[in-house]
Design a protein around this ligand. Structure first.
Ligand SMILES: Cc1ncc(COP(=O)(O)OP(=O)(O)O)c(N)n1
Ligand SMILES: Cc1nc(C(=O)O)sc1CCOP(=O)(O)O
Ligand SMILES: [Mg+2]
Length: 206
């Protein structure tokens, strides 16, 4: 499964309308789906995770879970995304050899090169713009993306990405962009998705 293009990251489950928005984005071309939920209990995360799993299957795209490899197993996700405070990469790589393991590398190119060497499936740099979704996001300089061309695994950008600022990222050698609010807070998620896909194609990412 290719990991590139528009990487849709969900907000915390709030009600079933989240599935309608997700389906609109998948129907209009989103390429990767991640379920990220920092507040709900396991019962809700299993319920929502299974719904997202079905949607990703319906549209034939990779389905990733944030932080939690046990939830990944329970809902049979294709992979997990981890950061500095999550389960160690080496443990996951050993235990889940057939799963996608993505890693947050913030603004640290050496960290990205380290995890590339250790066998990460992709890395994500961010945050490049102000975001209200992740309260503890640290800002990083867009110029680090100059080094993306030295990384052979897929590289994503994340953090405050909108249709107005995404062009400044797409000129770099990244594989795609990860977004939450630009889709889930849009008054037309389908149109917003189509515009992201159009831009990704303009910059030969798809
Ligand atoms: C693609 C992608 N990039 C970054 C994150 C951030 O995950 P989060 O768990 O909020 O923070 P870290 O643990 O990575 O610092 C993500 N979920 N997906
Ligand atoms: C999930 C996440 N990770 C970030 C990082 O910098 O690692 S920023 C972020 C939030 C992205 O949401 P929005 O597209 O709404 O800004
Ligand atoms: Mg995390």
């Amino acid at each position: 499964m290719e990991i590139k293009g528009l990487y849709l990251v969900t907000p915390d489950y709030y009600n079933d309308k989240i599935f309608d928005i997700t389906e609109k984005a998948l129907k209009n071309g989103a390429n990767v789906l991640q379920y990220r939920d920092k507040t709900n209990n396991y019962k809700i995360r299993m319920y929502a995770g299974n719904k997202f799993r079905k949607l990703a299957d319906d549209y034939g795209i990779p389905f990733i879970v944030d932080d939690d490899p046990v939830l990944m197993e329970i809902i049979n996700a294709d992979g997990v995304h981890i950061g500095k405070d999550d389960v160690p990469f080496e443990f996951l790589k050993e235990k889940y050899r057939d799963k996608i393991i993505g890693v947050s590398t913030y603004g640290d190119i050496d960290l990205a090169l380290k995890y590339e060497k250790l066998g990460a499936s992709y890395v994500a740099f961010g945050s490049f713009f102000n975001t209200t979704t992740k309260k503890d996001a640290t800002m990083c300089d867009i110029n680090i993306l100059e080094y993306a061309k030295n990384i052979k695994i897929p590289v994503f950008a994340i953090g405050g990405i909108t249709l107005d600022n995404v062009d400044t990222l797409l000129k770099y050698s990244i594989s795609g962009v990860a977004v939450v609010s630009a889709i889930y807070s849009s008054n037309d998620p389908a149109a917003a998705t189509r515009m992201f896909i159009q831009k990704l194609k303009e910059y030969n990412k798809l």
